[in-house]
Design a protein around this ligand. Structure first.
Ligand SMILES: [Zn+2]
Length: 403
């Protein structure tokens, strides 16, 4: 259990406006905020933390004081944490169970009513399974809901048919149930279709790379070609000036790790980054090329603290052919390459950490055109990324190297 730090209740400057946060929170808020939300705080110098690279289990705390006042984005307001937990519990646990209980306890009395009720709940649960981040509570929970749906519908169907139920509902309650079922069916179909559409490649060049991970299992938190499934896409619009420095990351993929039982961390949202399955996971060069930039001295933060200024944290940028591959939020002291180094596919680059603007340990990886001379490092044109031949979207799982 991590210590809980009570802090200011006020919203940090770099956080998006409330409205946008709420939009992102549809179907359960993203646990990992994608990289940008460009730092509006134009702080210039962040002192590196005074902590040596942590071994697993070592105390992994970085105090705000070691960073310089006002520069550590302290997102750990107790209220915000509680909001997030409540939202996930409501949307990803209470809501599906309520819908399943609705069929189990109050099955519609008519044939049409029951068919729509079963289909509406199925459609809604499908969309929820695709669109939500299931790193929390756990990726296989939608499969449990699916199994419960089969059991409930399988038990009621023969009874309703045998009872010789009428075709159409009767009375206000009957029609209200049908209306609710139809609304669920339409909402589920809409969001389900959007989730499937995110699998189609965006209209940019696709860069094929090898798997960047050493051994382990990983889950995509953000990925795909639309904003519903990939929050990074909000930096795509070149008209928005404050997103321009981050535009290269618009088709990025964020990965969580999967530990025992498919859990991404030991605990709900522990403060210690080492409690997350992906922390310390080995990263390897996914393409052959040259190291353009490498940085490895920035601190790994306690969750949910982050650095709003040096948003990439420790990172490696590889130039492979005409594209650049960017790996961000790496572990302090783990980066083993330096600018100018040549790398072959599979060469060790370092480890996943929790540096920069990372809400919890995860790997951020994207492909871009090199930025113009003197421009911010990830302001190049965004490219799509295919890993081991797959264009990954939220919820996809990827296994790292076998050895
Ligand atoms: Zn990201």
């Amino acid at each position: 259990m991590g210590r809980r730090r009570r802090t200011r209740e006020s919203r940090p400057r770099s956080e998006p406006p409330r409205g946008r946060r709420r939009a992102a929170a549809r179907f359960g808020g993203p646990v990992v905020t994608p990289l940008p939300e460009p730092a509006r705080a134009a702080a210039s110098s962040v002192r590196p933390a005074v902590r040596a690279p942590a071994g697993k289990g070592a105390p992994a705390s970085v105090r705000g004081a070691s960073i310089g006042p006002g520069q550590l984005r302290d997102g750990s307001s107790f209220r915000k944490q509680a909001d997030m937990t409540l939202l996930v519990l409501l949307v990803q646990v209470a809501l599906p169970l309520t819908l399943l209980a609705w069929i189990a306890v109050y099955p519609a009395g008519s044939l049409a009513g029951f068919v729509f009720q079963a289909a509406g709940v199925a459609s809604f649960l499908y969309a929820l399974a695709r669109v939500s981040q299931w790193a929390v509570p756990v990726w296989w929970l939608p499969w449990v809901y699916g199994a419960l749906w089969l059991i409930v519908v399988g038990l009621w169907t023969p009874r309703i048919v045998r009872a010789g139920a009428r075709l159409l509902p009767e009375g206000a309650w009957g029609w209200a149930g049908l209306a609710l079922s139809s609304a669920l069916l339409i909402a589920g179909a809409w969001y389900g279709a959007r989730a499937i559409a995110a699998r189609s490649l965006p209209p940019v060049e696709v860069v094929d790379i090898a798997n960047p991970f050493g051994p382990g299992d990983y889950l995509v938190g953000h990925g795909g070609s639309n904003r519903l499934m990939n929050g990074h896409l909000r930096t795509l619009d070149p008209e928005v000036a404050r997103f321009r420095p981050w535009r290269g990351q618009s088709y990025a993929v964020d990965f969580f790790g999967l530990g025992p039982w498919g859990l991404r961390a030991s605990g709900w949202r522990p403060a210690d980054p080492a409690a997350y399955a992906i922390f310390g996971a080995e990263l390897r060069a996914p393409c052959a090329g040259r190291v353009v930039a490498a940085e490895g001295a920035r601190p790994d933060f306690e969750v949910p603290n982050e650095d709003p200024v040096n948003r990439l944290g420790n990172h490696v940028i590889l130039r492979c052919g005409t594209a650049e591959i960017v790996l961000a939020h790496m572990r302090q002291g783990s980066v083993t390459v330096a600018a100018g180094d040549a790398v072959a596919v599979g060469d060790r680059l370092g480890e996943v950490g929790n540096s920069g603007a990372s809400t919890e340990p995860h790997l951020h990886i994207h492909a871009q055109r090199p930025a113009r001379e003197g421009a911010p490092p990830i302001s190049g044109a965004p490219l799509a990324l295919r890993i081991d031949g797959r264009f990954l979207v939220r919820g996809d799982r990827l296994s790292g190297a076998q050895e």
